[in-house]
Every structure is written in structure tokens, then in C-alpha cells.
Design a protein around this ligand. Structure first.
Ligand code: NAP
Length: 250
């Protein structure tokens, strides 16, 4: 299992206060990585869970939708454990209103966090990885990197952009020892999907289309994240891995 061992590696996980980011942070720590969580609130619970299991974790509090803060976040992250080997661009938000009524603020809020922060943070941490000749970047995409969705045009645009950036960065950096890939989660039970979960009709109509016969839970993302963060995936580049219970295959 040494192919999946992350001992001695440091992972920077954005949006690690809860949901998918928290599960990925804990999963990477279970595989041996030191973890730095970022959120606009705090990652206290994530840090506590990792430390309780004997791991090492630190956190940075920052609003990643504010582009002017990203340089300081990257510098602090690199200084906390001396390097960043793994970057998980997970922080994300969603605004649900029909395209015709989609407010400018909603569009910008989603693009700023879901797309702009992914580009600029990847650039900042990627330069550091290129200098060191190795690194792993994992972007969190979505089913809406492939499909249009309903009432979420900004989110769909951002997640199509994340899939595109994954391939664009991968093409330039695969030869420099930095693998850039993405995970596209299917429907996972988190705060992000709470409004759909509480709509029984919508919840069940989605459930009916999932071949696995259940919605995903955040734990389902741990294994794929460890794989893409580890040397087991050294020859994977520019791939968008659907972790969706078979949704896209249907
Ligand atoms: P979530 O539970 O709402 O988690 C979102 C995370 O992003 C939180 O840790 C949140 O922390 C952080 N965040 C939000 N705004 C931020 C900001 N301005 N600056 C820094 N951090 C910020 O949602 P989730 O479902 O786990 O989503 C995680 C990622 O998975 C997102 O990119 C989402 O688009 C993607 N995804 C989710 C699903 C799903 O079914 N749930 C499916 C496909 C893709 P704070 O609020 O504390 O800042």
C-alpha cells in the first residue's frame, strides 16, 4: 500500500470546515499527510478530528473569493509545514435562481470563489510545486462540469471552467512533475445540496437516476482523493474523475 502513502507530504485543502472538504482533509491525514485547512469561518472541527487521530493539522482563515487575499494564503500555507505537496481546490458555493433572474452579485460571487480562486491559487501553489519538481493538484468539479443543471447558470459556468482549467494546467505542468486532475462528485449529501434534499420530489427523482441506488456521502470522496494525491496516480494528468454512483454512465 506504499503507493498510497502520504507520510511526510503536506496537503492544502480549501473549504475544509465541513462537507466534502472536511472528509477529504481527514482522508488525506489518515493516509499520512499533514493538512492545512482553509475556510472563511474556521476549520476547528477538522483540525480536532485529525489531531485526535494522531495526525498533524493547521488552518488558515480566509475569504478565498477575495482575490487580493490569495497570495498571503499561499505564502502562509507554504510556511506552515515548509512546503505544499498537494493542493485540493474544494471551496465552492452555489446560487439557485433561474437564468433570466440570476443576479449579477450571485454570478460574481460564484465565479469569484469557484473559478477565480481555483485559477489564482493553482498558479501560486503551482509555481512552488514546479520549483520543487513535484506536486498534485486536485480540483473539485461537478456533474455540472458536463451538464447544464437547472437554475444554477453561474455554478455550471464555473464548474465547466474548473474542468477546462484542470486540462489547461495539466498540459503545461505534467512534464514538470505536477499532476493536475479533478474529481467530479455526483449528488453528495452536504450543506450545498440541503435545499434539494429537503425537496422530497426532487431528491427522489435524482435518486431514481443513480445506478448505485443511493445519494453519495462525503466519505465516498476520501479514496479518490487519496489516489489522486498519491504516487499511485503519477501517470494521470488532466483527468476528471466522476465519483457519482454511476450517474454519468446512465
Ligand atoms: P459545503 O458543505 O457548503 O462546503 C463548502 C466549503 O467551502 C465549506 O468548507 C466552506 O467553509 C467553504 N467556503 C465557502 N465559501 C468560502 C469562501 N468565500 N472562502 C473560503 N472558503 C469558503 O459544500 P460541499 O458540498 O462540501 O462542496 C464542496 C465542493 O464540492 C464545492 O466546490 C462544490 O461545488 C462541490 N460539489 C459538491 C457536490 C454535492 O453534491 N455536495 C457535488 C458536486 C460538487 P466556510 O463557509 O466556513 O467558509
Amino acid at each position: 500500500m506504499s503507493l498510497f502513502d502520504l507520510t511526510g507530504k503536506t496537503a492544502l485543502v480549501t473549504g475544509a470546515s465541513g462537507g466534502i472538504g472536511q472528509a477529504i482533509a481527514i482522508g488525506l491525514a489518515e493516509a499520512g499527510a499533514n493538512v492545512i485547512g482553509v475556510a472563511s469561518s474556521n476549520c476547528d472541527a477538522t483540525v480536532a478530528a485529525i489531531e485526535a487521530a494522531g495526525g498533524k493539522a493547521k488552518q488558515i482563515k480566509a475569504d478565498l473569493s477575495d482575490e487580493s487575499k490569495l497570495e498571503a494564503v499561499a505564502a502562509e500555507a507554504i510556511s506552515l509545514f515548509g512546503a505544499v505537496d498537494i493542493l485540493v481546490n474544494n471551496a465552492g458555493t452555489i446560487r439557485r435562481t433561474p437564468a433570466a433572474d440570476h443576479a449579477r452579485e450571485d454570478w460574481h460571487a460564484v465565479i469569484d470563489l469557484n473559478l477565480n480562486s481555483v485559477f489564482f491559487l493553482s498558479q501560486l501553489i503551482g509555481r512552488h510545486m514546479i520549483e520543487r519538481g513535484s506536486g498534485k493538484i486536485i480540483n473539485i468539479a461537478s456533474m455540472l462540469s458536463f451538464q447544464g443543471g437547472i437554475n444554477v447558470p453561474g455554478y455550471t459556468a464555473s464548474k465547466h471552467g474548473v474542468a477546462g482549467l484542470t486540462k489547461a494546467f495539466a498540459n503545461e505542468w505534467a512534464g514538470k512533475g505536477v499532476q493536475v486532475n479533478a474529481i467530479a462528485p455526483g449528488y453528495i449529501e452536504t450543506n450545498n445540496t440541503a435545499p434539494i434534499i429537503s425537496d422530497e420530489k426532487r431528491y427522489n427523482s435524482i435518486l431514481e437516476r443513480i445506478p448505485a441506488g443511493r445519494w453519495g456521502v462525503t466519505q465516498d470522496l476520501k479514496g479518490p482523493a487519496v489516489f489522486l494525491a498519491s504516487s499511485a496516480s503519477d501517470y494521470l494528468s488532466g483527468h476528471v474523475l466522476c465519483v457519482d454512483g454511476g450517474w454519468m454512465a446512465r
